[in-house]
Every structure is written in C-alpha cells, then in structure tokens.
Design a protein around this ligand. Sequence first.
Ligand code: ADP
Length: 221
Amino acid sequence: MVELRNVSVKYPSGVEALRDVSLTINDRDFVFVVGESGAGKSTLIKLLIREIAPTEGKIKVNGYNLNKLKQKEIPDLRRTIGFVFQDFKLINSMNVYDNVAFVLRSIDAPTKYIRKRVPYVIGLVGLKDKMYAYPNEMSGGEQQRVALARALVNDPKLIIADEPTGNLDPKTSIEIIQLLQGINDCGTTVLMVTHEHELVKRFGGRTILISDGRIILDKEI
Ligand code: ADP
C-alpha cells in the first residue's frame, strides 16, 4: 500500500514540485498518473523510492514508514518495488537471461531458485524463445518486455512504470499495458506514469492527474 498525507516537496532552488498531496493506493490497484511535463510526476516517484524526502507530510510505502526510514533500510524498501523505465535500462553486454538473473544474483538468491525463477518470468512476458538474445538484437517492445521480466523477478509488491511506452509505437504500447494489466491481475500493484492521455482513455481505470504540483483529479475514467 502507498499512502501520502499532506505531502509537499520544495527543492532547494525554491521550486514547489508537490503541494499538499494526499493519496492512497491500495494493494492490487492499477493506477495511471498523468500530467504535463514539469507537473511533479517524477518527484512523486522519487519520494516513493526514498530518493528524496518530503519537506512536509507523511509517506508510507509497502509497510515502510518513510518518515522514519533509516539510510540502511532504503535497500529493503526498494526491494519491494520493481521499476520499468522509458529507455529500458538493460545491460547491453548481457543476454536476456542474465539481465533478469542479475537482480537475483545481486541479492545472493540461491542458484537453484534463480534457474527456476528466471525462465519462468521470461515466459510470463512471452520471450521464452529470446532467452539468450542480446538487447541490441531485439525490438523496443521486446526490450521493454525484458525490463518487465526484470522488474517482476523479485516478486515485488509494487511496480512503478515511468513512461514505459514513451519509446514504443502505439500497437506495442498497448501490448505492454496489457502485460502490466496481466501482472496486476496476478496481485501486483501497478503505478504507471504517462503523458499519453489517449492510452489512458483507451484502457480506463483509476487516473490521478497532477498539475503544477497538485492532484487535480483522482477518479475512475
Ligand atoms: P514531471 O516528472 O511531471 O515532468 P518533475 O517532478 O520532474 O515533473 O518536476 C516538477 C517541478 O520541479 C518542475 O518545475 C521541475 O523543474 C522542478 N524540479 C524537478 N527536479 C528538481 C530538482 N532536483 N531541483 C530543482 N527543481 C526541480
């Protein structure tokens, strides 16, 4: 669960990026966060992963009280969250299997578990036949699927997808959102940031509109 109560962020430059934001995202929700460039969407994500702290207000994410979180607990918080980015952020020198396995190896997961779990999540995103391909041999849509598998492999409670369709054509964008919906149907909370209003209209669902640092709409559309 994600909970923000009266949260404001003022950067040292004086910019008020978020103003008195309150919102609750329950477990298993699928939420679109939309808004123009500069509205405060990235600032919201940075708060949730404790990259920045709020100037005012209270934040809880996946059972962690971020106002009281110690520096050494930040990696624990982040392990409960999977990330998907606009530019995929895959490691080009590694094949699909290793890009996904890397996450589990970095937390010293048992080899036996890695050998079972990695092919399973690669299968979930429909890439079983590309398991040993390299990112530069794949289309943008396929690379984003790998990124989704990587986000999923550690079984996070929440997936944050930051403009995941920003580099994809409309048809592929729809496929990626459908995959995110499938992941959500299996119980993972999904927060997807996008500026593509058309896509949001097509899929519908809970939509939070941020403008000039404030939530100006939060409803099912
Ligand atoms: P979005 O992701 O919706 O484009 P941001 O959260 O990046 O919006 O930015 C919100 C506001 O905060 C903008 O006015 C932006 O210029 C400002 N801003 C973002 N990051 C910083 C920073 N590190 N220092 C100062 N101002 C920032």
